[in-house]
Ligand binder design. Sequence first.
Ligand code: CA
Length: 463
Amino acid sequence: MRPNIVFIMADDHAAHAVSAYGSRINHTPNIDRLAEEGMRLDNVFCTNSLCAPSRASIMTGTYNHVNGVQTLSTEYDARQPALPEMLRQSGYQTALVGKWHLGHGGIHDPRGFDHWTVLPDQGRYHNPVFLDMDGSQRTIPGYCTDIITDLSVDWLSSVDRDRPFFLMVHHKAPHRNWEPDAKHLDLFPDDLPVPETFFEEHEGRAARAAQMTVKHHLRMDDLKRILPPGLTEDEQALWKYQTYIKDYLRCVQSVDDNVGRLLDHLDDAGLSRDTIVVYTSDQGFFLGDHGWYDKRFMYEESLRMPFLIRYPREIAAGSANGDLIVNVDFAQTFLDFAGVAEHPRMQGRSFRTQLRGEAAEDWRTSVYYRYWEHDDGIHHVWAHYGVRTDRYKLMYYYADGLGLPGTSDRVFEPEWELFDLAEDPWELRNVHADPAYAEVRAALEAELARVQAEVGDKPVSSP
Ligand code: CA
């Protein structure tokens, strides 16, 4: 019998705010259940740390230069070959509930689902509007994360138990502007630990251009509270950090509660043994790390995705794996479990072998990343691409929008960065010009060229 698949994806939930990954700032007992009863993947990375581009990669098993969603302003054509339609064609019952964020109307609406009900664009935390597949809209009173779970349970209760199903539960939380449910507002009465890199200065690095620091760039509607008078500049920055991180984690708490509700429903319905359950996020997030909120950069905190998976028939409880996996691999992995041949356009690889606890032969030793949304009008992160191995990361800021929608026409002098993650896990010391790393650098440059060509992307030459 083919497994059911429940794919739970949060929006901007960093792995370091999941206790199964060793969070120092919160506890997520329900999400952790998937690690305790299944496998924790420790090196899952997005290939472009932005909402829509990551979602397009997950749907299609392709990199953004192939699926056409390089930025938040390049719209997704939902007619392209994608996981939900392939599963449906093979006999799965398919549904999507929650955040879609790949455009609306005509060719942009969700496809391949027997049932969908989605938030328009980012959606609202309180009393959200939902768009339904018949073109109607409805406002549902309550809190978004609860409602997405209610609607998911409703659909699960309606499925034909003689056929497998595929359900995508896409939470809005904890995306900006981090509006918690009223019942969670009193959580975290005490101050939380501050990241080691919170007061990092970005001088001398391409990161200096970015405008997404907690200290300077959070807005009133993000903080939702009046800054107390009489604080020094650093005290103000710390007040903003505490305000931001607590609201973020309160939103996460509701996600965790609701993962628990969904797992309980699967238990009560007798479905847990035959159902693959995944918990992930569309990318990571800076939780004050390097002084930032948001994502975009190829640095570890935004590059890494949490990925926990449970399937009692095949995955050992309490297991873990550290292979280099990317979001482009997800579609082929689910197709593998479903016994459906992958589409020839797909660019990832099934990691079912690792999930079984076996070594995958000839597995990749590096991952390719590319952030295209150069110098957008808000965050001003420069376009870059790079390669990450188990120990090193080489990044090239080509700093050019190349005329893509959502980018500026300002072009900057390119810059390189190289980090030794074993010696410098916080990525504070660029060793690109360090003679001691000359051989490492040459090998990584060759690997970047190789992996870029392998995925069919092209280098950007310096102006
Ligand atoms: Ca996101």
